[in-house]
Ligand binder design. Structure first.
Ligand SMILES: [Ca+2]
Length: 208
C-alpha cells in the first residue's frame, strides 16, 4: 500500500483590501450645487462636501470650503476593519484635494477619523481629531489624473493607502503600513480640502 504523501504549506499573511463593497455611490441621484450631507445616506461631518454636476446626468462630489478639510460620512453599518475608495472625477490646481476616510465619528468640533486624499501632486494620510487634521504621511508624486483611484484600508491599528490599486510604500512610516491606535471604530466616507474643482466619483466602501 502506498503511503499518503504529507505536505506542509506556510505563508505570510499580509492585509489586503480585497473584499466586496458593502456600499457604493455614483452621486448621480443627488441635487448638484447642494451639500452631499443630508442627501441619501450621507451625513455632514466636517465643513462641506458639494455635489457637482459633471456633464449630463453625471454628478460627482468635491470639497467646498477654502483652506479647510471637508468630510462627509456614509451612514451605513461598518465593521471596525473597513475600507473606502473613490475614483478621481476631475483634477484642479494647487492644494485642492479629493479622497476617502475611514473610522469616522462625530461632527464639526467632535469629528474624528482617518483620511487619505490627493492634490494634483501630493498624496496625504492624516488623522482627524475633533475637527483638526494631523498628517501621518505624505507622498509627493508627479501627477493626478482623471480615473485614478484612492483607497484607504484600516485593519486593527494598521492604515494602508492604495493608489490605483497599488500599496503606497512611501506614505507613512512603515513601508506602506502606518500604525495608529487612536480610533478603533467608526464609518467610512469621502473627504477633500479647499474650494475645489478636484472631484471624486464611484465611491465605494465595505468591511474587510
Ligand atoms: Ca457620478
Amino acid at each position: 500500500m502506498t503511503p499518503t504523501p504529507s505536505l506542509t504549506v506556510s505563508r505570510t499573511i499580509t492585509p489586503t483590501p480585497s473584499s466586496a463593497a458593502g456600499y457604493s455611490d455614483n452621486f448621480d441621484s443627488y441635487t448638484s450645487g447642494a451639500n452631499l450631507g443630508g442627501q441619501g445616506n450621507w451625513l455632514t461631518t466636517l465643513n462641506d462636501i458639494l455635489v457637482v454636476e459633471a456633464g449630463g446626468t453625471n454628478h460627482t462630489v468635491g470639497p467646498n470650503d477654502a483652506g479647510l478639510v471637508c468630510v462627509s460620512t456614509y451612514n451605513g453599518t461598518f465593521n471596525n476593519n473597513q475600507w473606502a475608495e473613490v475614483t478621481v472625477g476631475a483634477v484642479g490646481a494647487g492644494s485642492q484635494c479629493i479622497g476617502v476616510a475611514v473610522r469616522l465619528t462625530g461632527s464639526t468640533t467632535t469629528a474624528c477619523g482617518y483620511g487619505y486624499y490627493a492634490t494634483n501632486n501630493t498624496q496625504r494620510l492624516w488623522r482627524l481629531t475633533n475637527g483638526t487634521k494631523t498628517n501621518l504621511g505624505t507622498n509627493n508624486f508627479t501627477a493626478l489624473n482623471v480615473g485614478d483611484t484612492l483607497k484607504l484600508v484600516i485593519t486593527g491599528s494598521t492604515l494602508m493607502c492604495y493608489f490605483n490599486g497599488v500599496l503606497d510604500t512611501v506614505i507613512g512610516s512603515g513601508g506602506g503600513y502606518t500604525t495608529d491606535t487612536t480610533y478603533l471604530t467608526g464609518k467610512a466616507g469621502v473627504c477633500g480640502y479647499d474650494t475645489s474643482t478636484t472631484t471624486g466619483d464611484s465611491w465605494s466602501a465595505g468591511d474587510l
